[in-house]
Ligand binder design. Structure first.
Ligand code: 8X3
Length: 247
């Protein structure tokens, strides 16, 4: 039987690449995104086959609540919608940016998971893939609330594992480093294209397909295998030294 996957943030970047990869692997895609025109493009691209689109923002709790009636019980969820806003030092950051990241990266993901989890457990199968980040494990200047939301995603994933062991429901935190070819840096810098481009200058970032392939790998493991976390980075990315304030 065709397996059904809900993908949030499916209109661009990692979400879009994941929709394409999983569709090619035979999955039915429930694509969720804010931009209806892009969702329609995606449905056209798939010839209307094994695709259902829902235009909504994951920050909209009521819209999320309606998904259960639309989707039924999915075989997998890819909680991908999210992003970073701002790279300022904490004392210069915009509160609205912080709240947007918490509402999207944390609350949206929690709501969607909470919505489908009881039915998945009752059925005794299902896989939840959360898109975290290496920023959830390693701090960096300006990462403040963004990194904290991804730390939440990691620990929430692991705590779900603790609760769900034995239910047949699997949970994974996929944690990429720098991913180019997405709107991540554009969003972080409020649409400033040149600043966004500078982030990947002179290095080779991961691409959305690199992440989509990892997600597809996680989902294609046999039912008795749960991959807990997958952290990966571009070969050109590494770890910085500790910051020392000298006076
Ligand atoms: C983003 C990863 O390394 O650009 O989630 O902060 S990094």
């Amino acid at each position: 039987m065709t397996q059904k996957v809900v993908i949030t943030g499916a209109t661009a970047g990692i979400g879009l690449a994941t929709a394409r990869t999983l569709h090619a692997a035979g999955w039915e895609i429930i694509a969720i995104g804010r931009r209806d025109d892009r969702l329609r493009d995606l449905a056209d691209e798939f010839g209307g086959e094994r695709i259902h689109t829902v235009a909504m923002d994951v920050r909209d709790g009521q819209a999320i609540g309606r998904l259960r009636a639309i989707v039924g019980v999915p075989d997998a969820i890819v909680n991908n919608a999210g992003g970073a806003r701002g790279l300022e030092r904490a004392d210069a950051a915009q509160l609205d940016d912080w709240l947007w990241m918490i509402e999207t990266n944390v609350i949206g993901l929690v709501r969607l998971t909470h919505l489908f989890l009881p039915d998945m457990v009752a059925r005794g199968s299902g896989t939840i893939v959360n898109v975290g980040s290496v920023a959830g494990e390693f701090p960096y200047p300006g990462g403040n609330v963004y990194g904290a939301t991804k730390a939440f995603v990691r620990q929430f994933t692991l705590n779900l594992r603790a609760d769900l062991a034995g239910t047949g429901v699997r949970v994974t935190d996929v944690e990429p480093g720098m991913v180019g070819g997405t709107e991540f840096s554009l969003t972080r810098f409020g649409g400033d294209e040149s600043r966004a481009a500078e982030v990947y200058e002179g290095m080779t970032p991961l691409g959305p397909d690199d992440v989509a392939e990892v997600i597809a790998f996680v989902l294609s493991r046999p039912a008795h295998v749960n991959i807990n976390t997958v952290a990966f980075m571009p070969t050109d990315q590494g770890f910085g030294p500790f910051k020392v304030a000298r006076h």
